[in-house]
Design a protein around this ligand. Structure first.
Ligand SMILES: [Zn+2]
Length: 83
């Protein structure tokens, strides 16, 4: 009797695994990289690889953390300099 129960449990487990396999969301199609401009030096980078942070509630993208640091220190293209 214990064997039957074991087999039943095994079948349930297999059914669950199969169900998971079949209902798995389809993999995303390959997409073109979304390019964003570095907020400091305007270099275009892949958005997924860009460093990003929120400034004044807006997400800004940077080619690297050095540019992010420069932006944080006030070197911004969208603001007048020399204030
Ligand atoms: Zn940059």
């Amino acid at each position: 009797m214990a064997i039957r129960l074991l087999i039943l449990l095994l079948l349930l487990w297999l059914a669950r695994q199969l169900w998971r396999l079949l209902t798995r969301p389809a993999p995303l199609p390959p997409r073109a990289a979304t390019m964003v401009a570095c907020a400091t030096c305007s270099t275009y980078i892949d958005q997924e690889r860009a460093a990003s942070a929120l400034f004044d509630g807006q997400r800004r993208y940077f080619c690297d953390t050095a540019c992010m640091a420069r932006y944080a220190q006030g070197e911004r293209l969208d603001r007048p300099r020399g204030r």
